[in-house]
Write a protein that binds this ligand. Structure first.
Ligand code: NDP
Length: 480
């Protein structure tokens, strides 16, 4: 049985309480590792270790900080295969996806922010020749980073690296369901010579370890990615302490397909935007709106392609849809499939659990599922399912589809398929979301602002936005 350890003060440590949790392998439903059930005692230790080195790290020349972070990127690349296998086993995602997307993106996150800090500049404002105003940026001190299970190392590094690059010490908690690659990363950080105490990775549940990070007064900022309900709890706890907050929350994203789209591109990309990572990406387009002129043709082709996706054990190269992350999550997704039927939805594909041959027959597999005939305001079309379930809805006019697309509490991302540039611009401006993709999906330039509106979040990550978040601006006014 593998044993995961906390990474605190540069050492791999048992949890203070000595208590462990089971870590399940989604492909088989078996327990395959033990994870520290950390609590406020472990967070207190991490804070104590971070406090000791915080000023040293903040004053470390940026070239040196950059070099260490680049060394970690290199080690991630050198251990690419092992990390991809660990990610696929821990999360249930197809190994191909972990190899192609998750692990390369983790090292890209390190490279991006490690080099960004070498090109930073400060603002200077001349005030009518009487004074100059110089804007200094200083690290916050100790910050907390809490990440979810769907893109484990990818999102974990997206948070911790800008925080470290900006000169902060970090106390980070990966999801209790997918701790393995963060644990492997802690070993790479030791190998790369990251000074002890600068990054502390504490494993355990949100209720204990996550809560303890948010409530510690020494931790000045919280960067969180996860569900909207957890985001609300964090605001309640951290708000009165005036902590800086960056919250990347849930989505219920529209995928809008106009008659004049490039049909094949819209079709093929919609398969990915619906079912990639088993539909467990906050940016998946789970509400598909298709204009009436191509609705029947699109529906027939989309259903056929969906039915041909191979569902099964994540380590097989032919697998397109792997296992969902946990049994409770699979049961939640199957519950939404029942709800969609109760709400009058017609099932076009999937709609059931898939049971592969032993030893994978206890794994958490759900067939990619399509419903049509549901109203825009029903629960299936309003609540985040976070699984391989999408709805198809026809529309006639731009106004009609914009009303439906904007008609949820969420506003993370949207996708628009059209070859009419005027329409693309007009519709993009009217969509109430933080991110709009036109004729593509999940195309990411790490310099751009990333985040949602309404209940999809608060603040923006990416590029300078992330480095701004992890620093405080101080204006120094000098009379001439
Ligand atoms: P959760 O909100 O359940 O958990 C996210 C993280 O927060 C986990 O590490 C969790 O710990 C921890 N946590 C839970 N409760 C607390 C608490 N009270 N205080 C502090 N930390 C806590 O989300 P999921 O892990 O289920 O992830 C799925 C969600 O993430 C979806 O809603 C998805 O849309 C969203 N997401 C958003 C993205 C974005 O960029 N906007 C990107 C990816 C996902 P534990 O280990 O116990 O779960």
């Amino acid at each position: 049985m593998k044993k995961i350890l906390n990474y605190i003060g540069g050492e791999l440590l048992e949890p203070v309480s000595g208590a462990y949790l089971d870590n399940y392998e989604p492909a088989t439903g078996n327990v395959y590792a033990q994870i520290p059930n950390s609590d406020s005692g472990d967070i207190a230790l991490a804070v104590e270790r971070a406090e000791k080195v915080q000023l040293d790290w903040a004053n470390t020349p940026r070239q040196k900080r950059s070099d260490i972070l680049l060394k970690i990127a290199q080690l991630i690349d050198e251990n690419h295969e092992q990390l991809a296998e660990a990610e696929s086993r821990d999360n249930g995602k197809p190994i191909k996806l972990a190899i192609r997307v998750d692990i390369p993106r983790a090292s890209a996150n390190f490279r991006f922010f490690a080099t960004a800090i070498l090109h930073e500049s400060s603002d200077l404002h001349e005030s009518d020749q009487e004074a100059i105003n110089l804007t200094l940026r200083t690290p916050i001190g100790i910050v907390g980073c809490i990440s979810p299970w769907n893109l484990p190392l990818y999102l974990f590094t997206w948070k911790i690296v800008p925080a470290l690059a900006a000169g902060n010490c970090v106390i980070a908690k990966p999801s209790e369901m997918t701790p393995m690659t963060a644990f492997l990363l802690s070993k790479l950080c030791i190998e790369a010579g990251l000074p002890a105490g600068v990054l502390n990775i504490v494993h355990g549940t949100g209720a204990k370890a996550g809560h303890a990070i948010v409530e510690r007064p020494e931790i000045g900022a919280i960067s969180f990615t996860g569900g909207t309900e957890t985001g609300k709890k964090i605001i309640k706890l951290a708000g009165p302490m005036f902590k800086k907050l960056s919250l990347e929350l849930g989505g219920k994203n529209p995928n809008i397909i106009f008659d004049d789209c490039d049909f094949e591109q819209a079709l093929n990309t919609s398969i990915h935007s619906s079912f990639a990572n088993q539909g467990q990406i906050c940016l998946c387009g789970s509400r598909i709106f298709v204009q009436k002129g191509i609705y029947d043709r699109f529906k027939a082709a989309f259903v056929e392609k969906t039915k041909s996706l191979s569902v099964g054990p994540p380590h097989l190269p032919e697998t397109k849809v792997g296992a969902l992350v946990s049994k409770p999550h699979m049961e939640k997704v199957l519950g939404y499939i029942d709800l969609a039927k109760e709400e009058g939805g017609q099932l076009l594909a999937g709609g059931k659990q898939v049971v592969p041959d032993a030893p994978y027959d206890k794994g958490y597999y759900v067939a990619p599922t399509i419903f049509e005939g549901l109203t825009p305001d029903c629960r299936t079309n309003q609540e985040e399912i976070f699984g391989p379930v999408v709805t198809l809805t026809p529309f006639e006019t731009e106004e009609e589809v914009l009303n439906m697309a904007n008609g949820t509490d969420y506003g993370l991302s949207a996708t628009v398929w059209t070859t009419n540039l005027d329409r693309a611009t007009r519709v993009s401006k009217s969509l109430n979301s933080g991110i709009v993709w036109v004729n593509t999906w999940l195309f990411r330039d790490l310099r751009t602002a990333f985040g949602g509106v309404k209940q999809s979040g608060l603040g923006r990550e990416g590029g300078w936005h992330a480095l701004d978040f992890f620093t405080e601006k101080k204006n120094v006014c000098i009379k001439l």
